[in-house]
Design a protein around this ligand. Sequence first.
Ligand code: TYD
Ligand code: MG
Length: 454
Amino acid sequence: MARTSSTFVCQSCGNTTSKWSGRCEACGEWNTIVEEAPLSSGPAGKTLGAAKGRAAKLTDLSHPEAPPPRTACSIGELDRVLGGGLVPGSAILVGGDPGIGKSTLLLQAAAAFAQAGLKVIYASGEEASAQVRMRAQRLGLEQAPVKLAAETNLRDIITTLERERPALVIVDSIQTMWADNVGSAPGSVGQVRAAAHELTTFAKGRDTAVIMVGHVTKDGQIAGPRVVEHMVDTVLYFEGERGHQFRILRSVKNRFGPADEIGVFEMTGGGLSEIGNPSALFLSERGNPAPGSVVFSGIEGTRPVLVEFQALVAPSPHSQPRRTVVGWDGGRLAMILAVLEARCGIPFAGLDVYLNVAGGMKISEPAADLAVAAALLSAREDVALPPETVVFGEISLSGALRPVAQTENRLKEAQKLGFSTAILPRGGKAKGGGMTLTEMPDLAAVVGEVFGAG
Ligand code: TYD
Ligand code: MG
């Protein structure tokens, strides 16, 4: 007889075991293991070896070197993040905080791809069709040839898709979908995984692209098991801060394009509009040169983007001084503070340090090390850098500066935006064009020559 016993699934990491325990042995979380009915049970008596399976020669596949055909839409920033348009049969997960604008973005995307000639279905489990229609009206998209489906039962959705055979289906959100053959509640790990699995399998089999919205947890992960991120081809995060108008769509994984690509949007009364020149936007709030403010010439995905680092250094009333970072890695900040102290004789003991990336951008490139160090020095020494200066370079633990990739592109973008000077590592074989290059061997030289300290 077929085994129909349940499995036990960790609601935090998705690890599956055959027996319950108080603590997940995979991720170490307590009280996260829940009994769930198996995803689907195979035909009675069949062993795995008896199932059908087939392998094809790599060389037999038609045109393996041909790039996948893509459909571009009128939202260029979205196409860019997808790697140059939508790939048929691809599965895409879009995560983001509640209220950040995911539904708005995807309704606009649905309309744009429909106008580009694709058959699009927008399946909403969060809002009734009337609500979606109202939103479309507000966005001026009520005439777009998009079909709406307000369904949450996976079986109903798959039936609809089988009948309609769309080229793109948008599922908003994956957490509201439920499969009636899985015994756990909607939103649970088992349900999310089953729904993502069914939808991606359908996508692959029918050449239907599927975009799934996923809610994120408090610590910024897409809620549900990490396995969903592994199932899909592309994972995008829609980021931004409530107080700010701009939103960033970032690819963190993409089988069909570069990861770390960003698209920049602005939330307006009429929906999201594209920002073609993000550098100008991120620098728009910059006033007169102030101590602690440094412009970094970074690379996001395939294009250069200029952003402003702001630092504040002040005597601390606490025995344990504060280190507060927004938009940059706290561990990396600690490292730069340690290098400044150990290699350049600039102590930060007894000082509170605040570091912020203006505009709600998140920077993860090590190339920003030197810009961070310059912002910290500028704040601590109360010396503003000359106004038309950009800074970039990686700092090693020895205090040496390492040249970074795409130096030319970084300089070109800076020059385009009216910057005339760059502080950068020596040895990058940089050609400045019209810019003055201050090439530095190590951090101690920057401390002495740029800030007159040390
Ligand atoms: P929404 O797309 O519903 O967010 P999510 O699906 O990520 O939860 O966006 C909700 C916010 O966006 C809401 O606070 C209102 C704002 N908004 C605008 O500012 N302009 C618009 O045209 C629309 C449709 C929404
Ligand atoms: Mg929504």
